[in-house]
Design a binder for this molecule. Structure first.
Ligand code: NAP
Length: 439
């Protein structure tokens, strides 16, 4: 028998559990530990609420979670309720699948003004993450700036633009939906420090902006490289650039009250305002030979009261675990951090790739563990050891069956057409189970 603890119940965590099952069959016990009483990490709290088809991948994780040798251990915070080195004493392998939930700071003057939020916080807010339920982003202002040219920037611009009707069928939390419907935002600027050929936006997600009920995307044709240069792009990027060309060629249909302007070659250099955000000062850029953005010295101001930076994420460090500061992830060699300690997914490679990228990642880590341990007998206590420890510390574990009770309660109180109305406070989640918070 092999005992493995996976920390984090998002895609990387469950794909790792699934891969371990495939390799070891019944000879492995996997405990998937999460600080939340609810599973699925990024699927629940990161994937946009109007992208239910992407979220549906949870059904695959549910199958893994319900199998005999995989256990969900929710409501347990590693580093507080149990230390990493304690887990290492209890399990043959500990896999950090903690994702990258912290925002990379923008790092320009004024980025601490009220009205500036990171995408982890903003996305967490509309997705009902208990850490961000009280965010109250400034929406009583006509202008919003979204920094970044990746898919998260598209999510944020789209969510800021949609009508209540367009949110039908989504599981956006009621508080965010109400706030967004009352929002005054109508001029959204998406800032890319480089050009259309350097975007990290995928065609499906970019194309959605062309079909919004009340918002129209705008691209300045002058920013687009000669069309013949598109031939050198990989097919996905070429499709995205073609969509931008379409946005440029078909300026917004007249009566849409909101606009989403793509400002390319536009690097934010300063955020200004008297006690709160009033404008972003943007420097025009050009690309150097290596494709990097260099400032031209020419600046302009974008008036706004809200700034959402969507420039990537970092994995939170854990005491005693080697950390790669430059990349904001655990220091690792192909997923191996040290003896019996591994990382997977965004915690291993940084915040890139799709949800599906975590599947091969999970298999790679399971293979590595198998190679490291072979079939030698384990001398670790695994589950019973963890249960004893948490029991002594009076930590209430939330099991997968418990989660299913929370899930049923969320489904029951859902708006018409919505799959669930999430509980946004941990206490509310635990109340469904008749247990109090341990903190
Ligand atoms: P991303 O794809 O890495 O994009 C980050 C963007 O921020 C890039 O355009 C980058 O520009 C820009 N940036 C970085 N530092 C900056 C700075 N200091 N100033 C201005 N701009 C800066 O990251 P993401 O959008 O957070 O997405 C993370 C991952 O999740 C990606 O793999 C993404 O595809 C995935 N995702 C997928 C979906 C979906 O499939 N529906 C939805 C959301 C997220 P440079 O290129 O110049 O560095």
């Amino acid at each position: 028998m092999r005992h493995v603890a996976v920390i984090g119940s998002g895609p990387a965590g469950y794909y790792s559990a699934e891969a371990l099952q495939k390799i070891y069959g019944a000879d492995v016990h996997v405990d998937v530990i999460d600080r939340m009483p609810v599973p699925y990490g990024l699927i629940r709290f990161g994937v946009a609420p109007d992208h239910q088809s992407i979220k549906a991948v949870y059904k695959r994780y549910e199958k893994v979670a319900l199998s005999d040798n995989v256990r969900f251990v929710g409501n347990v915070t590693v580093g507080k309720d149990v230390a990493i080195d304690e887990l290492q004493q209890l399990y043959d392998a500990v896999i950090l699948a903690t994702g990258a939930p912290n925002d990379r700071p923008v790092g320009i003057p004024g980025d601490d003004l009220p009205g500036v939020v990171g995408s982890a916080a903003f996305v967490g807010w509309y997705n009902g993450h208990p850490d961000f339920v009280g965010l109250a982003p400034r929406l009583d202002t006509p202008g919003a700036v979204v920094i970044g040219n990746g898919n998260v920037a598209l999510d944020v611009a789209r969510i800021l633009s949609k009508t209540a009707h367009e949110f039908e069928g989504s599981d956006i939390v009621a508080g965010a939906l109400d706030a967004l419907q009352a929002s005054a935002i109508r001029d959204i600027h998406v800032l890319g420090r480089r050009g259309p050929h350097q975007i990290a936006m995928t065609p499906k997600e970019l194309g959605e902006l062309g079909h919004l009920e009340r918002a129209a995307p705008r691209v300045d044709p002058a920013d687009l490289p000669p069309v013949e240069d598109d031939a050198a792009l990989d097919p996905g990027l070429r499709k995205s650039v073609t969509i931008l060309r379409d946005f440029a060629a078909n300026p917004p249909v007249g009566d849409k009250p909101k606009t989403i302007d793509f400002d390319f070659f536009a690097k934010p250099v300063r955020i200004e305002g008297d006690g709160k955000v009033e404008r972003v000062i943007v420097e025009r850029t050009k690309l150097d030979e290596s494709g990097r953005a260099v400032g031209t010295g020419e600046t302009y101001a974008v008036e706004c009261g809200l700034v959402v930076s969507c420039i990537g994420y970092r994995t939170p460090p854990i005491d005693g675990v080697p950390y790669d500061e430059d990349h904001g992830r655990f220091a690792n060699d192909e997923g191996r951090i040290g003896d019996g300690l591994y990382c997977v997914g965004w915690a291993r490679r940084g915040p890139t790739g799709t949800i599906g990228t975590n599947r091969p990642d999970g298999f790679a880590i399971a293979d590595l563990i198998h190679a490291d341990f072979g079939t030698a007998l384990s001398r670790k206590s695994g589950r019973p050891g963890l249960d004893r420890l948490l029991d002594e510390r009076q930590v209430d574990i939330v099991t997968f069956r418990d989660w299913q009770k929370i899930e049923a309660a969320e489904a029951e109180r859902a708006r018409d057409g919505s799959p669930r109305e999430k509980f946004t406070y941990v206490e509310e989640m635990l109340r469904q189970l008749g247990i109090g918070r341990t903190t």
